[in-house]
Each structure stands twice: as structure tokens, then as C-alpha cells.
Design a protein around this ligand. Structure first.
Ligand code: ZN
Length: 438
């Protein structure tokens, strides 16, 4: 049993806050200390209390869109301020130089998941798009899953495709699902599938991966309506991406579309009617020049919107709260403002909705015990009248003091519990030049 005691404020969900204590039993939020029916759930892990005085407690953040491999290729010369047609070959050349295999996938995912945990991200969806011909897909996926598990973070591994041969992508995706599905029972690993977008993959790839999703009960994820995606779709097919996704059977519940920068009012209505969910990724979309998703309009149409960072090739930080701040700051440029609580809701329950994981992203009784303790007692938060709004508006780049996943402390006093941060850096540095070690 883990008790979070004397919290200054506990954000239960987007519309519920309280103060005081929070009790976690067997990896879920307990309804209360004294509830006899929960006593039977107490594990033999022993009791611990985390002092939350001076802290705002929030649900663990859910990064709904990342490419963990790109954590090895950040701020790469030739990838900033360039068009997608220049970005893609520069990234591809870096992948070739480094050699993408299970060892590199493990090293990059370790760094990406660790960075996320240190920034309060308890679940990350990794849309893995890089599958060199002849590489061992099952080994790459397994290595990524192992990296997350050893750090204590939750992973959603998305078998992506970026122009892969459709049949080979499908065979590989099914092999990964068969190999890893037995490891998903405890909720620490989830599997999903999805091509990078209509700009890169054909109708056949979309249909084959959809078939695997249906067969194994998986969510589907893709990227849509970055400006470059719209331009390529119109040029190649004479249609916009949303029309193609509809034709190809991808405007359905269980599908999450990342980016959605360039969408019309009519498209927003069709997306809402289809039951899809969305992921906003402003920390990628802005520097890539793709535009700003009209988040307020998407939300008011009834679409669940989550938040993601995207990968290190476009966004050099996996700091989801920083991107939540950015989302809030840029929203008034494309519509009504969105509040700190709404954006925090996107970064937690909104992302979880897109993963089909209602137990994540809230701290209601029965929720998974994933949470962050943010110390707001320092000078950077002094004078803040509303500690929840201040969590986003004030103190940019803040990190949580403690992070708990499934009731287990994985970050304590700003340090990883299950790994030595310097070792993770050194291991990636051994594979990719330019990573400093100390
Ligand atoms: Zn992306």
C-alpha cells in the first residue's frame, strides 16, 4: 500500500480537485483508507508514505504520440527549418549510419522512456516507423518493450509503417503481435498498429493493418492533415487525407489521428461523427511549419483530444507538460483559448481515451495508480494564485519530484529509481556519435 499524504491539491480529473491524502492499493487508487472491501487487495509490498506537502498531485501524463527511436537523433543538422522532402532523407541517412536494430531500439527507447518518466510521463505511445529491410522486427519491438518495462513506465508499442512493402509490414506486425500479446496482461504494455499516413503508405497497407487490428482487438493510429500530408494527398490522389481515410476504412472508432493541423469545419464534423480520437502535437507541428491544430474546435465538436510530443527528429524534448504549456499558449491563434485544466485533461484522460484506456489519466477510485507529485513550493511558483493553472503557466520545464506507476515509485526526488541515468546516456552514446557522456 502506498499513501500520498498531505497533498496541497489533488487533481482527480479535469473537473474534480481536492486536497489531503490518496491511498493506492495493488496498483489502483483506493476509494478510501478504511474501506473494508479493499483490504483484501493489499499486496505484500509493504507500506510506504510519500509526503506530498507543498505538492500538486496529478494523474500521470500520457504521451499519446512519440517516436522513441528518434531520441537518438535530436537536433540533427539538416533537420531544422527544412521541408519534409529534405527532412526525410536526412533522417533516413542517420538511421542507416547508426544501423537500426534491437540494440539501438533498446538504447533509444531507454533514453526516451526515462526522459518521459523524469518529466511525469507514465505512459508513452511509441509509433515506430523505421524497419530497415532485413531487420528483425520482433527483436526491435521486444527490445523497446523491455526498455520501458525495466524502467517501470507503461508503453504502447505501435507497429507503424512508412512506405514499407504492405505485405511485409503486415507479416511483421502480426509476428510482433503474436510475440508480445502474452506480455500485455498487466497493462504495462499495449500494442497497436498504424501507417505513418496517406502521404507515405498505400490503401493496401491501411487495409492489411486494419485487418490485424480487428483480429487481435488492437487500436489503430496514424498521422493526418499535417500540411505536407494534405499537399501530397491532393497531388497523388486528388483528394484530401480525411476523404482517403474514409474510403480506406480508417474513419472509425478505435482510430486515433495525430496532428490534424489543416482541417476544415466540414472535416471536423465528419471526424466527430466517425468516433475517431485525436492527438495534438504542437511541439512538433510548430517547428515543422505544419500549422496549429484547432483544438478548441475539435473538442467542442465532441472529439476526445490527447496530447503528444512526437519524436526527437522534430521535437527535441519528450517533455509533455512543456508542450501542454505550448498548446495553451498557441490556442488563441486558431480559435478560442483553452484553459490550463483543459490542456492538462488532454495530456492525461484525453490521451488515455485515444488509447482506449479509461483507467489511465484520472485519479478516481479504481483508476490505475499512475501519478506525479509536482513540488510547487519554490520561488518559480511563488505568488501563483491557482496552483493547477500555475502548473502549466508558471515554471516552464518543471519536473515532478516523485512519479508513481501502477502504485510503484519510479522517480524519487527527481531521480530514476530503476536505472542510472548516466548509464542510459552512455549506452546510447556508444551507438550514436554526438551524445556526450560524463
Ligand atoms: Zn509524429
Amino acid at each position: 500500500m502506498l499513501t500520498i499524504s498531505r497533498a496541497f491539491r489533488i487533481v482527480v480529473d479535469e473537473s474534480t480537485e481536492r486536497d489531503g491524502d490518496l491511498v493506492l492499493r495493488s496498483g489502483v487508487v483506493s476509494a478510501g483508507h478504511l474501506e473494508a472491501s479493499t483490504e483484501a487487495l493489499v499486496t505484500g509490498d509493504g507500506d510506504e508514505t510519500l509526503d506530498a506537502s507543498g505538492c500538486v498531485v496529478t494523474p500521470g501524463l500520457v504521451n499519446a504520440h512519440h517516436h522513441l527511436l528518434q531520441s537518438a537523433f535530436r537536433a540533427l543538422p539538416g533537420t531544422r527549418g527544412v521541408a519534409m522532402r529534405d527532412w526525410l532523407p536526412t533522417m533516413a541517412a542517420a538511421y542507416t549510419r547508426a544501423g537500426v536494430d534491437a540494440d539501438l531500439a533498446h538504447a533509444a527507447a531507454s533514453v526516451g522512456v526515462a526522459e518521459g518518466l523524469l518529466c511525469g510521463v507514465t505512459t508513452v505511445a511509441d509509433h515506430h516507423l523505421t524497419w530497415p529491410v532485413g531487420s528483425d522486427g520482433v527483436a526491435i519491438a521486444t527490445a523497446t518493450a523491455d526498455a520501458a518495462r525495466s524502467l517501470g513506465g507503461r508503453l504502447v508499442f505501435v507497429r507503424g509503417s512508412a512506405g514499407d512493402d504492405p505485405q511485409e509490414a503486415a507479416v511483421s506486425a502480426e509476428a510482433i503481435v503474436r510475440a508480445l500479446l502474452p506480455r500485455t496482461a498487466d497493462g504495462m504494455l499495449q500494442l497497436a498498429v498504424g501507417p505513418a499516413g496517406v502521404h507515405s503508405d498505400s490503401r493496401e497497407t491501411f487495409e492489411l493493418l486494419a485487418r490485424i487490428a480487428a483480429q487481435y482487438g488492437l487500436r489503430r493510429r496514424t498521422q493526418a492533415n499535417e500540411q505536407v500530408d494534405v499537399a501530397i494527398a491532393v497531388e497523388k490522389y486528388g483528394k484530401r487525407p480525411i476523404d482517403l481515410l474514409e474510403d480506406w476504412g480508417w474513419l472509425e472508432p478505435g482510430v486515433t489521428l495525430a496532428h490534424l493541423c489543416d482541417v476544415t469545419g466540414d472535416e471536423i464534423r465528419r471526424l466527430a461523427a466517425s468516433g475517431i480520437t485525436a492527438t495534438h502535437a504542437p511541439g512538433c507541428d510548430l517547428p515543422m511549419g505544419w500549422g496549429i491544430a484547432p483544438v478548441a474546435a475539435l473538442r467542442s465538436a465532441g472529439i476526445a483530444v490527447g496530447l503528444g510530443t512526437s519524436g526527437g527528429g522534430s521535437n527535441d524534448a519528450g517533455h509533455l507538460l512543456a508542450d501542454a504549456r505550448l498548446a495553451m499558449q498557441v490556442a488563441p491563434l486558431v480559435g478560442p483559448p483553452i484553459s490550463a485544466r483543459e490542456v492538462l485533461g488532454m495530456a492525461t484522460a484525453g490521451s488515455a481515451a485515444g488509447l482506449g484506456r479509461p483507467e489511465l489519466g484520472t485519479l478516481r477510485p479504481g483508476s490505475a495508480a499512475d501519478l506525479c507529485l509536482w513540488d510547487v513550493s519554490g520561488v518559480a511558483d511563488a505568488g501563483v494564485a491557482d496552483p493547477v493553472a500555475g502548473l502549466l503557466w508558471a515554471n516552464p520545464g518543471r519536473r515532478p519530484k516523485h512519479v508513481v506507476v501502477a502504485g510503484r515509485v519510479v522517480v524519487r526526488d527527481y531521480e530514476l529509481v530503476n536505472a542510472d541515468e548516466r548509464e542510459l546516456v552512455a549506452r546510447l552514446g556508444a551507438r550514436v556519435p554526438g551524445v556526450p557522456t560524463r
